[in-house]
Write a protein that binds this ligand. Sequence first.
Ligand code: NAD
Ligand code: TDX
Length: 357
Amino acid sequence: MRRMKTILVTGGAGFIGSAVIRQFINDTPHRVVNIDKLTYAGNLQSLAPVSTSPRYAFEKVDICDAAEVARVFREHQPDAVMHLAAESHVDRSITGPAAFIQTNIVGTYTLLEAARQYWNGLDGDKKAGFRFHHISTDEVYGSLGDDGFFTEETAYEPNSPYSASKASSDHLVRAWHHTYGLPVVTTNCSNNYGPYHFPEKLIPLMILNACNGKPLPIYGKGDNIRDWLYVDDHARALRTVLERGRLGETYNIGGWNEKTNLEVVDAICAILDELRPQGAPHARLKTYVPDRPGHDKRYAIDAGKIERELGWKPLETFETGLRKTVEWYLANDDWVRGVTSGEYQNWVEQNYTNRSL
Ligand code: NAD
Ligand code: TDX
């Protein structure tokens, strides 16, 4: 997309949404409207590098609020929607699934209906060019054994309340395309990591706990496998799919980076031993805690389709991306302090006291 367009990003104050917005403002001529409710996971500090741009606008709106979402469409007249707003943490979905049903399912439905009404009222090029891009996860495919990869044809078998709510949202998006002709594309991505990642997720939690001399909680035996992708590579993939993805298609996005959780934790400890030798060896903090209920064993994405059709490939290796990530957390104390106060701390205290932390 060369001429200036208006992209409506939901969940833009979150980890991946903020990376997408920073790229749009820094690397493209487009205008971005960020719709975010600012839950515990939403942080406007993550947008500080771009928020003074005249091409950036913020709307503090809950995607479940149909009237407000309709107003945003009316006022901003977007050319595309990138839908990232969600409750995103598997452990929280186990202790409190209600918010996941509400935001991920009801919220996606509300947004789809608003987009459909708006799109129906468009004409000409604006109508033909409109896109609804739904951002989803590889967790909808369930869990792999020792072999094989998730492809776009893999059957849905979600196992957690989080992945079931994301699978539901994928199905709604698919139905709005088939039934109403809404021009949609969907992407399913593997585990992201990188700067501005909320420290309830494995990688930032381990970095910050290790820096503070706290235990590094490893669920079960630490042999579960995740397939890691650097967040800026994901954001670039999303922009590629939005621009050139075929309507109604799904694209899997992944980094070909399978690691056991223990390998990830050991790699973080090794980088910290080098960058903060006063705490070495950080691996002494590893602590085995009871497993996550229903813990998926292995995720691995076959990212062949997006590479073949759209020419996207990750730029970072796990080694380069992880080092950048650790360096970022060491250099960004202010951001970390901003997200580790208040509600998050209360949640950690209430939910982890039984997990021998
Ligand atoms: P995140 O939790 O960091 O951010 C979610 C954002 O959505 C927050 O800013 C939050 O305030 C906002 N939000 C939540 N409920 C809302 C509501 N009702 N209305 C408006 N805004 C609301 O999540 P993330 O890691 O950036 O993930 C973004 C998307 O990508 C999600 O849809 C997630 O399922 C998907 N995804 C994430 C990963 C990953 O590894 N993080 C991998 C694949 C897919
Ligand atoms: O303290 C921990 N100890 C631990 O062993 C945490 C937080 C996690 N783990 C394990 C569980 C997983 O096997 O590490 C792995 C990664 O855990 P998370 O960071 O919670 O990610 P995951 O459950 O794999 O889900 C993530 O990837 C897919 C995102 O949170 C989702 O939003 C995304 O869809």
